[in-house]
Design a protein around this ligand. Structure first.
Ligand SMILES: Nc1ncnc2c1ncn2[C@@H]1O[C@H](COP(=O)(O)OP(=O)(O)OP(=O)(O)O)[C@@H](O)[C@H]1O
Length: 236
């Protein structure tokens, strides 16, 4: 295979030799990873191996102690807090294990919220939220408060909220971890199906081999190190 020309697009997001510790506990050691535009990548590995820390570094939530994070040709780790927050709001979407919706607000409000925070007017934000809810088969639930939803419904709302701004990358940390297997499968099918339609890159941390099977590729984190054959190998 070494003499074949690699015609796939270059990396959209990369970690290069990233180190990160919590006090004296090292969580990442020279972790390198390369994700292409439109790729759906599963990050697997034992509990405590550094998966969530890696995801947080890639998303610009944590800054690495050493190493580099590159996003779309720019050093993400060198941006100041305000620029990183703006990038997270405009280019990234997040889905966590427990939806992290605002329970007092309705489903429609929760999905419109990222648009409203991005200064999209209500008259545009709510129809866009409604369209996303329709695509996630949630249109009947728009007026419900999110505190009244089942776990699977709440995760579908979290996906709608993550996708409504049309981000380049979705970061998902154990998105099915709190669901039974049927609800988990439905959530992953919807997330992956919509991401493929939109060309969205997805990075999903999971313990679940069935979730990883929905991805294009998986990498394993062990003891803060990543096995990624593509890391650092793609020429710009
Ligand atoms: N806030 C923190 N303070 C101190 N140590 C932490 C903190 N968060 C994580 N760690 C440690 O860093 C290491 C990596 O943790 P991380 O949460 O990234 O692993 P993980 O692979 O996502 O684990 P899990 O699958 O159990 O969620 C572990 O040794 C963990 O104990």
């Amino acid at each position: 295979m070494s003499d074949t020309v690699d015609a796939r697009p270059g990396p959209l997001l990369e970690a290069r030799s990233v180190e990160r510790s919590y006090g004296r506990t090292p969580a990442l050691r020279e972790a390198s990873l390369s994700v292409r535009a439109g790729e759906i990548l599963a990050i697997m590995g034992p509990s405590g191996s550094g998966k969530s820390t890696l995801l947080h570094c890639l998303a610009g939530i944590f800054t690495p102690d050493a190493g580099e994070i590159w996003f779309d040709g720019r050093r993400l780790d060198l941006l100041n807090d305000a620029r990183r927050s703006e990038l997270r709001r405009t280019a990234f979407g997040f889905v966590f294990q427990f939806g992290q919706l605002v329970p007092e607000l309705t489903v429609a409000d929760n999905v419109a919220l990222p648009l409203l925070l991005g200064r999209v007017g209500r008259r545009q934000a709510y129809p866009r939220a409604g369209e996303m809810l329709r695509r996630l088969r949630l249109e009947e639930l728009g007026e419900r408060r999110t505190g009244e939803l089942s776990g699977g419904q709440a995760q579908r709302v979290a996906i709608a909220r993550a996708l409504v701004t049309r981000p380049k990358v979705i970061f998902a940390d154990e998105p099915t971890g709190a669901l039974d297997s049927l609800a988990g499968e439905e959530v992953m099918e919807l997330l992956v199906g919509l991401a493929r339609q939109e060309g969205t890159t997805v990075i999903v941390v999971t313990h679940d081999a069935r979730v990883a099977a929905c991805a294009d590729r998986e990498v394993v984190v062990r003891d803060g190190r990543v096995t990624d054959p593509y890391a650092g190998q793609v020429l710009r």
